[in-house]
Design a binder for this molecule. Sequence first.
Ligand code: AMP
Ligand code: MG
Length: 349
Amino acid sequence: MRKILSGVLTVIILAAAVISFGSYRTSVQTRLYTRREFVMGTLLSLQAYGPNAETAFSDTVRRMHEITDRMTINDAGSETLLLKQHAAIAPVELSADTFFVLSRALDYAESTNGAFDPTIEPLVSLWRIGFPDARVPEPNEIDSKLPLVDYSRVQLNEAESTAYLPVAGMGVDLGAIAKGFAADESRRIMEEHGVKSALISVGGNIYAMGEKPDNTPWRIGIQDPLDSRNRVMATLDVKDETLVTSGGYERYLDAGGVRYHHILDPSTGYPAETDLLSVTIVSKSSIDADALSTSLFLMGRDAALEYAQRDGGFEAVLIDDDLGVYCTCGIQNRLTIVNSNYTLVSGNV
Ligand code: AMP
Ligand code: MG
């Protein structure tokens, strides 16, 4: 329910944050088509211009269902669940989609020294943050799962498109990266149908295609991490780019006066202790932005800034727990802080 709610809120935020469309002739090219659909356990929403937008949306929904059926850990029959069931028994043949997404997730595990780790699944299943039966596990339960979390033990065989988890109880969770893949796929489908101007949101993973028909960039709101009720703390102008945010406010469990968020530290088994409230990534590739937003959130401010500086292939906006905003230079003049509680500390990354 919380997830549905946050999806609905995302759409409201978008509706509020995208600046008015101006006036133009209602030709076929500029007619706005909007649709929402509940898919991937979240809301897929689309605002698109162009004659084929409706068909493109139907194709996108079909594709989202296909991706979910393959990658969700929550329903029987998915490839990730098969992987878990076959741990220490046999390799499992994966679709090209799942093989690709798992490979990218393992690349990020490598480049973050295991802070980002798709084999986090046993811990995610233990906490169940975001589900009605979420609870704080006993320390001994966490200890028993920790040895199962180790990305370096996943065996991929590219020639046969298989993966193997060598220890019973291991599992993979692609929740930090699959929506980004889905957003990239959605953009591809739009392009194939000749849609040149669209705003796609897969549960808040946004792809802004082209510009608005009045030749201005899309203006996207960055959620105020301290006020998750659809308030934005800044806006960002984007064009032909994706924007993905990760934050502890997105899903959490309140218990015994403590807030436990959904991004877990693979080394402790508890929610990552980070001085960041949220991380927003802007880039061309949504799968990368999705993995990076989770990764940089896990790293904390200084390591995240250093990573962004070293990598250079993306732009980032970090909000720390002093309400300081840090961004990469390429984005500073496109960022407008609209809530004066937040201060731009540094744009010189
Ligand atoms: P995101 O909302 O993209 O930041 O991803 C958060 C989701 O990723 C969580 O709900 C879990 O399913 C999964 N996850 C949690 N901790 C980690 C981690 N350390 N590495 C990779 N995925 C994680
Ligand atoms: Mg992510």
